[in-house]
Design a protein. Sequence first.
Lengths: 462, 296
Amino acid sequence: MADLLKKVPVREQDPKVRAANFEEVCYGYNEEEAMKEAQRCINCKNAKCIAGCPVAIDIPGFVSKVKEGNFEESFHIISESSALPAICGRVCPQESQCEGKCIRGIKGEPVSVGKLERFVADWARGKGLKPPAPAASNGRKVAVIGAGPAGLTCAGDLAKLGYDVTIFEALHEPGGVLVYGIPEFRLPKEEVVSAEIENVKSLGVKIETNVIIGKSITIDELIEEEGFEAVFIGSGAGLPMFMGIPGENANGVFSANEYLTRNNLMKAFLDDYDTPIARGKKVAVVGGGNVAMDAARTALRLGAEVHIVYRRSEAELPARVEEIHHAKEEGIIFDLLTNPVEILVNENDAVRGMRCVRMELGEPDASGRRRPVVIPGTEFELELDTVIMALGTSPNPLISSTTKGLDTNKWKCIIAEEETCKTSKEGVYAGGDAVTGAATVILAMGAGKAAAEGIHRYLSSK
Amino acid sequence: MYRIEKAELLANNIFLMVVNAPRVAKHCLPGQFIIVKIDEKGERVPLTICDYDREKGTITIVFQNVGTATEKFSHLKEGDFFKDFVGPLGQPSEFCKEDIEEVKKKKILYVAGGVGTAPVYPQVKWLHEHGISVDVIVGAKTKDLIILEKEMEAVAGNLYITTDDGSYGRSGMVTAVIEELIQNEGKKYDIAVAIGPMIMMKFVCLTTKKLNLPTVVSMNPIMVDGTGMCGACRLTVGGEVKFACVDGPEFDGHLINFDEAMKRQLLYKTEEGRSYLKFQEGDTHHGGCGICGGDE
């Protein structure tokens, strides 16, 4: 008899092999494995997992259909709440959301909701299933800024309600962080991301790339000249942060945004694409979040020895447990309780190393995490040729500085009501990283969903 | 897709193209730039705007064939398309935002080096259209590399052309002309604007600093997205880190750390050289030889 306390294990590419390629790490469940895992769901009456999901998917509903082998129906249940299930099944932090709330998790491992969602979405794509057709068009125009997770979700939901939606995307490809940020080995672009964007387009959503709102056209012009009745801003995180230590402008120091954009959006890892990327031999990634893990695992695949340099301890690493686990399996070296103080350069102003200090954890700070403090006299040098700063981002002022009456907070994030995503400017809604600062794909999708409802209520009463 | 309405060889290896991009043409101002990408696999290449026609919805770009991307561009003809063309990016020149009456009081000297003549042109033209006449120095290595002479003549006050080898106009570097004008010919200026290769802008700034002439430069560092997202274009300006794409591209030239900027510009030279050679010679040459000129 199967061990009901444990998840059905998921097959993965061997760590030694995958450390040298960009193919997907996780193979996902097959039909048999998925049905077996679905058996573990006890179909709670008061399902806590649904409340743990930012887009409130009927999780017991879709899982019970998997149990029966009715994958098509299962896909339709997911589609009612999410336009991007193959993406979410791969990149959501399930351990702190649906799976974190699962009753099974009290005594053993929670139901593998993420892997089941992924299975259903992949199965449906394989069968060519599309989300149900939208309501008849009501002819009312809504503009969505940014074709990332927030924008795609908002656009998809509004299109289902019959709105005429156009997404304006600054880059040359839609997808936002799904395309420039998250690497191929975690989220295949052609097979998964493009396919789910096509699903959103199949709802009637138009996507215009190469339009920078605030530069190519302003929000006021969208409303006054192009006839949009409402606007959703899902423009994403923004400008990369640096530490402000000496040597940071040396050649060989990159923001994680730049490094990942070159590799993922511009496909620098493929020989037949023109954009170059520095293939370091010894690389340090400074930071401990998911972006740091992505950058580290990318550098590893480009042939480097890679160190994660993080000033707190393993328990405080903000990255998902699964990402840390994968990174370790692949051979990433974790230099924890370590903080850089200077980037060392050679005579050509290129990186030759990094001076660091050892840290220890002191009293908890405002975030509740124990504050790292320097241990005096522990300076040492790491020999390196590349440093990647993965320290987060600060908001991009492009939109807020060009839109009259749009309020921002002291961190320059756009202020929006949580429930409706309404901003200080009439008809303008905002959500995702542009409002919260850098967060997750699924939180951005949750905001996109809330905004779609907010916009629908606003336009219905207008 | 963005149609090429006109493609012209301006000088040896320097090309002019007029591209249909109505959204950019409607909003752009002097000093701003665009990013262009030829096809799926091409690089995003930032280029300063040389001219624009709001009615026709077109943007004029000028580029020199210096690497894989521009080599590919150079083969495009009228009627061909760029896959991507985005902008306007960066901040417009300061005078676009100033009170025009204040601008009229200033004596402005433009200094253009080589292909830098292209981004200087729309500034001089804009000022001309607003009733302001400015002096322009255009410098190039040799006569054949002088571009947009007629166009510039039509909008500039005094136009001073100089070539390094003396084959046309005055003889010598633009810095020498600046000194001649101010020290020997009694010219007085309140501000200079210098646009060209970084090395030329650096030396112009050294000269104008000596002459106490405030100087604006337009920086062209490596960049990827052009919207502030990647930070590749960071520069040190007056001790602070600035992003050329969102804070610039124009800065106070006397505050720029040019040596750092020039070193940063060389970063991908090896990789770019490699990719250029692969494109030229197929798979037979893998670059990095250091003698083939791919690193130039």
